[in-house]
Design a protein around this ligand. Sequence first.
Ligand SMILES: Nc1ncnc2c1ncn2[C@@H]1O[C@H](COP(=O)(O)OP(=O)(O)O)[C@@H](O)[C@H]1O
Ligand SMILES: O=C(O)[C@@H](O)C(=O)COP(=O)(O)O
Length: 411
Amino acid sequence: MKLGCIGDDFTGSSDLANTLSKAGMRAVQYTGIPSSPASADVEAGVVALKSRSIAVDEAVAMSLEALAWLKAQGCQQFFFKYCSTFDSTAKGNIGPVADALADALDADRVIVCPAFPGAGRSIYQGHLFVNDTLLNESGMENHPLTPMRDSSLRRLMGAQSKHSVGLVPASKVFAGADAIAEHLRTERESGHRMIVVDALRDDDLIEIGKAAKDLPLITGGSGVALGLPANFGCVPKAAAWRGQKGKAVVLSGSCSAATRGQIEHHLKANPGLKIDAEKVIAGEQSAQEVARWLMQAPDLPIAYSSADPDEVQRVQDVFGMEKSAAALETFFGKTAQHLVALGATRILTAGGETSGAVVEALELSTLEIGPEIDPGVPALRAGENLVIALKSGNFGSIDYFEKAAGVLGGD
Ligand SMILES: Nc1ncnc2c1ncn2[C@@H]1O[C@H](COP(=O)(O)OP(=O)(O)O)[C@@H](O)[C@H]1O
Ligand SMILES: O=C(O)[C@@H](O)C(=O)COP(=O)(O)O
């Protein structure tokens, strides 16, 4: 294995594996830290952790354990993947995990670059934009678990990391890889160890990738991984894919504006079952019944707890954020177990935490990366008769669900 990656959630990990795979690396996503060595032909291993919203100490410990496994597989460079919208709690796990990995790898200058222009995330003067709005005005300020109320990556990272945070501004990035590498050194000499790097276009990310050739640790979104495979001599190629026919179903716990729009569109032509969060928390909703309903419903049925910010707030006011999230995630995990037992072969999930809960409940240890469905979302083979797609809340076109079922089916 050449490139060792640690993802702080499951959709994010498949997003990164997708980028690496498209750029020519044989990439595999692992659920948690594997207990055995990787297959010899894997070039990029992505260890997916559900560490974005857990306690800081736990996130750091898990990430260091993942690093140790990746080191043992012979990796020469390491990547810490977090969200392109820098999703983190008020205490923030991104900074402490990046600090711990930097210490373990003796990395003296660490790129911080969540940019993903293909999905509308760009960084200018250290501020993160989602399309034409600042992060904290993009809807991310209402996220159920990680509301983002600032757009300054220097301030956000500065509050989380123990190190001073510098910047490689767009003017240096536009000047290319050598200028970026030089400014990274300058920022280091000025006392900054964590260094935000502006990026507005894929071309910028390719140059940042070249500049990162000899850095032991890179952190960011999947975008900044665009240029890394070329450093290992890899060239872009299409992922091999064997489609899977059979019953396809959708499970959604994502409350993002993008997912809610996709659900509204999907319900015009497909059956849907709204999951009542209060009933789930009270133990009055049966996962088995929901799975049965999905298996018997025609077309591409969806079960969703997805709700607008007011509804989420009401639930959280009564039951608390952690309790409601845990109950719903466990519920979707159990529903997925019943679905597989009933013969579902294509499972589409929406939401990072929701997807993590489903993948963990199904004990899908290794995911093979297939073709891209929409930017940041690959088709995944999880077993002989099971394919899945893990959609980040914010990703996907309006007709994503139909499209994903088609790609998973090999259409
Ligand atoms: N109706 C609801 N009320 C409260 N919380 C909810 C509701 N529906 C989903 N959630 C929780 O909100 C969180 C959404 O996060 P996630 O699955 O990561 O989606 P996204 O990718 O959009 O961030 C999950 O923990 C989920 O269980
Ligand atoms: O970088 C991204 O935006 C995604 O890869 C990601 O991390 C998704 O997280 P969720 O929005 O919680 O699914």
